[in-house]
Design a protein around this ligand. Structure first.
Ligand code: ADP
Ligand code: MG
Length: 322
């Protein structure tokens, strides 16, 4: 069982950024309006996520680390939606199997909170504690018991970049949540609750504002919203390109191509347009690879999607006279 836990852990947790993703997504699911991420050495020594969400009871807190413990599947319909949400009830069990984890949590109904320490799946202690409503997870010494994994981690710069990528993707979907990121004692992000345009500007800098062109279209198969960058602002690097399908970040070479097609004739050679594109599609018309670390998606009617996306963007660029 111990070994099974460690193997499964390798699926979910590949690097510090995977832990960040799982913990922050849990905080989002818990209804938090403020989520603070505290890191040391790109998460290699510390990843802490503090939220003001609904918290957990003593029992739920201990149960949360059991494999397949999830409070998020309550109906057959949920089970179907599972397709789009990745593994369920795997994350905390996996993280606890390969790190030193400390959890402090309290619900509104409880006077005192609970404080749990787990090291490599072993419950070290659980005690009552005085804490605010919400949850705080500290994950220390990632892969302390799997040296091969630990040695496989990249430089602090690379691992930090991976964390920033995950953090940005979540922040770009949940504009109504206040996100803070602190790395080695320095505040890297402080993103108050706001609208999408302002969130993008807060993440990517104030100069982003003037280049954003809104896109909007609603058809039977898809709702498109978000922003594309004006072509004259296109950059040599490909950093700012995002697709979100039903509020999940995905990569799609096919849809990327649709965007590039919309920019045809407008871009200077070897420049890349910025885009933040949000697609809403019926859940039964897509298949998101359910592996927790994958971000690929398959659409039933991808040709139609392609042409809707292309013409929507073309139209917006034309309207804004670029
Ligand atoms: P999943 O998110 O797929 O349900 P996890 O292993 O990530 O599985 O979490 C297990 C359970 O622990 C969740 O279903 C939830 O009930 C609880 N939980 C985890 N993180 C939080 C949090 N930040 N606030 C409240 N409950 C949480
Ligand atoms: Mg989770």
């Amino acid at each position: 069982d111990h070994v099974a836990n460690q193997i499964a852990a390798g699926e979910v947790v590949q690097r510090p950024a995977s832990v960040v993703k799982e913990l922050v997504e849990n905080s989002v699911d818990a209804g938090a309006t403020e989520i603070k991420l505290v890191l040391k050495e790109a998460g290699k020594t510390l990843i802490q996520v503090i939220d003001n969400g609904k918290g957990m009871t003593d029992t739920d807190a201990r149960m949360a680390f059991e494999r397949h413990a999830t409070s998020k599947i309550t109906s057959a319909e949920d089970l179907f939606a599972l397709q789009t949400k990745g593994f369920r009830g795997e994350a905390l069990a996996s993280i606890a199997a390969i790190a030193h984890v400390e959890l402090k949590t309290r619900t509104e109904a409880a006077e005192f909170g609970t404080h749990i320490v787990i090291e490599g799946t072993k419950l070290i202690s659980q005690e009552m504690t005085v804490v605010p409503i919400g949850t705080s997870f500290s994950v220390k010494n990632l892969f302390f018991n799997i040296p091969a994994r630990r040695n496989f981690l990249k430089s602090t710069n690379v691992e930090f970049r991976n964390i920033v990528d995950e953090f940005e993707r979540i922040a770009l979907v949940h504009c109504n949540i206040h996100f803070i990121m602190i790395h080695n004692g320095n505040e890297v992000y402080n993103l108050p609750s706001t609208n999408l345009r302002q969130r993008i500007v807060n993440v990517f800098g104030s100069r982003t504002n003037e280049k954003l062109v809104p896109i909007k279209e609603s058809t039977e198969i898809v709702e498109v919203s978000g922003f594309v960058g004006k072509p004259e602002f296109a950059k040599k690097s490909r950093g700012e390109q995002f697709f979100f399908v039903n509020d999940r970040f995905v990569k799609s070479g096919y849809l990327h191509h649709a965007v590039i097609a919309a920019f045809e004739g407008l871009l200077k050679e070897s420049t890349h347009p910025t885009y933040f594109i949000y697609l809403k599609v019926p859940t039964n018309s897509i298949d998101i690879n359910i592996h927790p670390t994958k971000t690929e998606v398959k659409f039933d009617d991808e040709q139609a999607l392609y042409s809707i996306l292309r013409s929507t963007i073309k139209h917006s660029l034309g309207q804004f006279n670029v």
